[in-house]
Design a protein around this ligand. Structure first.
Ligand code: B3K
Ligand code: ZN
Length: 875
């Protein structure tokens, strides 16, 4: 596949102003007629080249006249016509085979042939699987879509835009038409047809538009859509209040499917969701899943402005819509729930998914410079790091200017396909601050390391903080520039009191918190008027996506852990202490100073009755194995797994059995299925405590887990209990698994968790368990959720099980990847990213992984998606 480069961007030679589509829908074979009004680009003599993949061309006409065979070419997935003129109408009729489409891109079937429904997925380049078109986001057209199908088999017909008529046809068929008044790129096209139920709600926007909201799902799950509707209404209000954005059509449809390659899709007026991010009920969804539904519903809705009304000029600008929209959904969730917990979770995710991505061969900038397969760039870097960049910009300009800047951005770019410069430029203009140095963040891959060294001079009460940055080389970028790094900080004294800040050479009292901007490779900042040596609380709220290297002593971190009023940095101090202990344990050194400072502070915090239970749960959780592994070369995942246990053991031992048990029992006695925030946070704490108890004394924990499983009022408790039974190797795990399966046999999302909870069980026995599960009749490589629940969890979240010393984990996954790739390249490529870190494994595992990757790369039939990932990983 060719390499596509940002530097080669050219506006389209031919685009389209108006699209008229007519579908004759059926499961096995559907037909699409397209009438496109052509628009010449800069050179009206240029040949027209439209994309088209897997299309059976039945008819082609220009201005109503059939084109003779010599006038056009249809080869290499392109339709080429010479000598077309501005304003001419190109008409094609093609046939598609939805039921045979296992890639779930273009038009495909969800569910079984007899009962399922038809739907589309077009982002990024799926529209070319539906009709011939200049399938790129800078071609924006007005769409009229007519659907025709058998009424009994397809009672519901939906497409994006406003409804524009429907009626009966002969032979039991019917039709429905939709017109979208807003020009839009082809990737936002969508249709849905089949047997679906709905829930509805009326909504009036702040600017007075009456909108009918509909959530559609198959009959067996329609009663699990209420929470999504609630989240949708809250998202719409929030976007009106916080960004001044109103919804802009008369209807808004949301549809749930069990067969979807990713989380959800923001098609104009017709969002389509993976059921995993739309359905929720207490009996089968965890609290975490409720939060995901809320966040993803908001995310897709917010795209209506950040993505749809203002879209991307090209796919290199993907973070323009994704980074911004993730930032928007994170802010929304923070407003709906606990803001500091949300920040802790988002930073954990960033470190687990993005820092690790950035530390291996798949590392790429937030705005990549090149790609072969754009679907491989819907990454943690584009999404999560992209959101961090928007957060930095928002912090730099302040809330008022940020709102003025986003208003300006939306206004100026409405109906346009924009670039990251347009976004940063609007914020800069509104704030009067030159933000152009921040553009370097978009082009430079890798996680910067921020070094902080402090020096206090008691003679004159001055404290000098030296900040320095460096970024290790990444593929294609051997030399790294200095980036602007905002460092939000406070200085604490030994009693945990924040000191007033004053910089040397300035009379200004900065209060107890300020932001330093490191713009060079190295800078000194001098604070005056400090009567004691200060303890710096750095990067508060995680003010920049960097790795901090500060020379703390354990007892300084313990002071921050006990006293820092910034919930995020309090947690962060605990994480830093855990890492300090871990580094020493890893090197076989004495870790007692760090362990003691950490666990003593935790035990004291544990004893404070008024500490927020959600924060306590996070404080009691050491960094993930992935984060720990980031700190090493020659990684032995089994050893790291064992060391993380030691961290948990140290917490449990320091708090002690009676207090842990007492707190657990108090929480257990008050268990309910209530969904309010405080009930959720107490459940989370209970789950962490049960885990700690299971480390301390399995004989005590197993009966507790068994009882918790049996009496669980909601899924969170049930799944947590099952996890403990499985992880302790308890005999009781078998009957609980069997019970769970009986109970949820007909609930696909609950069965996904049945696979996932087993796929997560660490250690040497994992592979045999995974192999047996892959042979289970309930497993299927055709369903992405099932694949990710079993193979995705195994390869990406069970390092000690997957990275076996004998390489058998790799051999197994390699085989699955090959079968999967023939069915669904996007999902295969995502699974393969699990090997990103292979070069940093210890030599035995490294060689086994390398051999597996080379063997895979040599296969002749690899999809463009999987080939690109495997080759980049090998580079
Ligand atoms: N924009 C879609 C993702 C499309 C992925 C294409 N492979 C969902 C989202 O980010 O909202
Ligand atoms: Zn998105």
């Amino acid at each position: 596949a060719p390499l596509i480069r940002l530097a080669d961007y050219q506006p389209p030679a031919w685009s389209v102003s108006d699209v008229d589509l007519e579908f004759d829908l059926a499961i096995e074979r559907s037909e699409v007629r397209a009438r496109l009004v052509l628009q010449a680009g800069p050179d009206p003599q240029a040949p027209l080249r439209f994309n088209g993949e897997g299309l059976e061309l039945l008819e082609i006409l220009l201005d109503g006249e059939p084109l003779p065979a010599g006038r056009y070419r249809h080869e290499h997935e392109l339709l080429t016509i010479e000598g077309v003129r501005h304003g001419q109408v190109l008409e094609t009729r093609v046939a598609l085979a939805p039921a045979a489409n296992t890639a779930l891109e273009g038009l495909y079937l969800s569910g079984r042939r007899e009962t399922g429904f038809l739907l589309t997925q077009c982002e990024a380049e799926g529209f070319r699987h539906i009709t011939f078109f200049p399938d790129r986001p800078d071609v924006q057209a007005r769409y009229t879509v007519t659907l025709r199908a058998d009424r009994e088999r397809f009672p519901v017909l939906l497409a994006g835009g406003n409804p524009a008529g429907h009626g009966e046809l002969e032979n039991g068929r019917h039709w429905a038409r939709f017109v979208d008044p807003y020009p839009r790129p082809s990737y936002l096209f969508a249709l849905v047809a089949g047997r679906l139920e709905r829930i509805s709600q009326d909504y009036r926007t702040a600017d007075g538009r009456d909108v009918a909201l509909h959530i559609w799902a198959e009959a067996d799950v329609i009663d699990r859509c209420d929470y999504a509707m609630d989240a949708l209404v809250r998202s719409m209000r929030w976007d009106e209040q916080v960004y001044g954005r109103n919804y802009d059509l008369d209807v808004f449809h949301v549809v749930a499917t069990h067969d979807f390659n990713m989380g959800a899709m923001e098609n104009k007026g017709l969002n389509i969701f993976n059921a995993k991010y739309l359905l929720a009920d207490p009996d089968s969804s965890t609290d975490e899943e409720y939060l995901h539904v809320e966040a993803v519903v908001a995310h897709e809705y917010f795209h209506n402005w950040s993505g749809n009304r203002v879209t991307c000029r090209d796919w290199f600008q993907l973070s323009l819509k994704e980074g911004f929209t993730v930032f928007r959904d994170q802010s929304f969730s923070a407003d709906m729930n606990s803001a500091s917990l949300k920040r802790i979770q988002d930073v954990s995710t960033l470190r687990r998914a993005q820092f690790s991505e950035d530390a291996g061969p798949l590392s790429h900038p937030v705005r990549p410079a090149q790609y072969r397969e754009i679907n491989n760039f819907y990454t943690a870097t584009v999404y999560e790091k992209g959101a961090e960049l928007v957060r930095m910009l928002a912090g730099r300009v302040g809330p008022q200017a940020f709102r003025q800047g986003t208003d300006l951005y939306f206004e100026r770019n409405d109906g346009r396909a924009a670039t990251i410069e347009d976004f940063v430029g609007a914020l800069g203009e509104a704030s009067g601050i030159d933000l152009s140095p921040y553009l370097a963040w978009y082009g430079q891959a890798g996680t910067p390391r921020l070094q902080a060294r402090g020096n206090y001079d008691p003679a004159n009460g001055r404290y000098v903080l030296e900040l320095a940055q460096s970024t290790a080389p990444t593929p294609d970028q051997p030399h790294k520039k200095a980036l602007p790094i905002p460092v939000r900080l406070s200085l604490f004294n030994a009693d945990g009191q924040a000191q007033r800040l004053r910089l040397a050479d300035s009379e200004q009292d900065l209060g107890t918190e300020t932001v330093l901007e490191l713009t060079d490779q190295r800078q000194r900042f001098e604070f005056t008027g400090l009567s004691q040596p200060p303890i710096p609380s750095l990067l508060r709220g995680f003010s920049a996506p960097v790795v901090l290297d500060a020379d703390y002593a354990p007892d300084q971190l313990a002071i921050l852990l006990r006293h820092d009023p910034d919930g995020f940095n309090r947690w962060e101090a605990g994480q830093q202490l855990a890492l300090m202990a871990y580094d020493r344990l890893y090197r076989g050194e004495d870790a007692s100073a760090a362990l003691q400072a950490w666990t003593e502070a935790l035990a004291d915090l544990f004893a404070q009755p008024d500490l927020d239970p959600g924060l306590l749960a996070e404080l009691l959780s050491p960094p993930s194995e992935t984060e720990l592994a980031e700190r090493q070369v020659d990684i032995d995942p089994e050893h790291i797994h064992h060391l993380r246990h030691q961290l948990n053991d140290a917490i449990a031992a320091r708090i002690g059995l009676p207090p842990l048990l007492a707190r657990y029992q108090a929480l257990a006695a008050a268990s309910t299925s209530a969904l309010d925030a405080s009930s959720q946070l107490r459940r989370r704490l209970k789950q962490v405590l049960l885990g700690l108890l299971s480390r301390l004394d399995a004989k005590v924990a197993i009966p507790l887990a068994q009882a918790q499983y049996a009496t669980a009022p909601a899924m969170t408790d049930r799944l947590a209990a099952l996890t403990v039974l499985l992880n302790t190797g308890a005999a009781e795990a078998g009957p609980a698994l069997a019970d769970y399966r009986r109970r949820y046999a007909d609930n696909a999302l609950a069965m996904d968790k049945w696979f996932a909870v087993q796929a997560r069980v660490p250690g040497a026995a994992a592979l045999a368990r995974i192999e047996a599960l892959a042979a289970d009749p309930a497993f299927s490589l055709k369903n992405p959720n099932r694949v990710m629940s079993l193979l995705g969890i195994f390869a990406r979240a069970n390092a000690s099980g997957f990275h076996r010393a004998d390489g058998k984990g790799y051999a197994f996954v390699s085989h699955q990847l090959q079968v999967l790739d023939a069915l669904n390249p996007q999902v295969a490529a995502r699974l393969a990213t699990a090997l990103n870190g292979w070069r940093r494994l210890e030599s035995g595992r490294r060689e086994a992984a390398h051999a597996m990757l080379r063997e895979l790369a040599a296969r002749p039939q690899l999809s463009r998606n999987l080939a690109e990932i495997v080759n980049r990983i090998l580079e």
